[in-house]
Design a protein around this ligand. Sequence first.
Ligand SMILES: [Zn+2]
Length: 139
Amino acid sequence: MDLVLPRSILEDIRAHARETYPEECCGFLIGREDGTRRVVTQGRRARNVHPEMREVRYTIDPRDVLHVDREFRADIRHLGFYHSHPDHPAQPSAFDLERAWPYYVYAILAIPRGEPSELTGWLLDAEQRAFKEVALTIV
Ligand SMILES: [Zn+2]
């Protein structure tokens, strides 16, 4: 599976990560499936409502997730989530793995010292209970 992300949406994610640094930002990736590709056409910010340690954890209000799942369920659908890793690499944490759902793609943006750097994409392999990295194309 390939993840296709317009540069403008990447810039929005980077801006969001800057604003919430040193806490994690989080949001939704919305778009369409195109064969083996998932083409993001819209990003939507969410609030990190994790009760503590928001430097290394994020939680999106489950009601917001439900809302987005319901709003985008036709050609344009809820494809996944993004979040930032302040001062940590763009690799999923044990916490990320624990809470990952199948199908959704998880984009992670590293933001060392407040300056956004690498963005990676991940998909849960439910049988292996492990993340597989996906190819990411910025257009
Ligand atoms: Zn994470």
